[in-house]
Design a protein. Structure first.
Length: 260
């Protein structure tokens, strides 16, 4: 006779937890979209060297962004692009600056001819690098299917192994945004396995992904490790606070016993 109420209570708890985790995923997706460094950093902070897996980000545009001179560089690269819109090196820098200035649609249009093979790449800006940057712009405009197709063309080619970690991270971001958290988690972990340079942005992405799945303790452990490695990144400290607060809301606390 007592089973029915217990089952109803269990179903209520399960439903409440599902709703809570759905809210968590929505809130954390917002955090990820606002994180301006979610696709990695331009420099290897440990060695001061350009990292092969971060070649897409190791550009003059990335350096300008890091130095806080985005608008100044954007004006310069706009002029360079107008003079020679077939130069892959100029195109990728200009597109990065546009994307980081909130103009991802325009960035994608500039990169499409290069990523799709209609215009030549260069030794400094190989096709895989252009594809990854193009995918980053597509992700920011919500064109996830096109981004996934482009990234898969990189990930499926063993000769492009240097670019696989970056592509895995971007693919994880795209899947996470579509609610495919478990598949995204696998890709974030793959990215970390091969990442050369500062991995904290990928760790941040993985942590938000874990929190979306209700794995708050592992998410916080990952974020705290990232904070130790990059204490200057304010978004990591902010996400620790957010995930901690969400854990307190979602995870039921054990009742306090008054028995002696």
């Amino acid at each position: 006779m007592t089973k029915a109420p217990l089952q109803q209570t269990t179903r209520r708890h399960s439903a409440a937890r599902f709703i809570s985790l759905s809210v968590v995923a929505f809130l954390l997706a917002g955090c990820a979209s606002q994180n301006d460094t979610q696709v990695g950093d331009p420099l290897d902070s440990l060695q001061g060297q350009r990292a092969a897996t971060e070649r897409r980000l190791a550009t003059a545009a990335a350096d300008a962004i890091q130095a806080g001179k985005t608008q100044e560089a954007l004006v310069s690269y706009e002029k360079l692009y107008q003079r020679d819109n077939r130069n892959a090196d100029v195109a990728v820098n200009y597109a990065q600056l546009l994307r980081r200035s909130g103009k991802a649609d325009q960035a994608a249009k500039i990169l499409a001819p290069f990523a799709e093979g209609k215009r030549k790449d260069s030794s400094r800006t190989p096709r895989a690098m252009l594809k990854n940057e193009y995918a980053a712009a597509l992700i920011e405009t919500g064109k996830f299917d096109r981004a996934q197709t482009m990234l898969e063309s990189v990930l499926s080619d063993p000769a492009l192994a240097d670019f696989h970690p970056d592509a895995s991270n971007l693919s994880g971001i795209a899947l996470d945004a579509q609610g495919q958290h478990k598949a995204a988690e696998k890709l974030f972990r793959q990215a970390l396995d091969g990442w050369k340079g500062d991995p904290t942005s990928v760790m941040n992405n993985l942590a938000l992904n874990l929190a979306s799945q209700g794995m708050f303790d592992e998410a916080l452990t990952t974020l705290r490790r990232a904070q130790i490695m990059a204490p200057e990144k304010s978004e990591i400290a902010r996400n620790i606070e957010i995930v901690s607060g969400l854990r307190d809301v979602v995870v039921p606390k054990a009742p306090v016993s008054l028995k002696k």
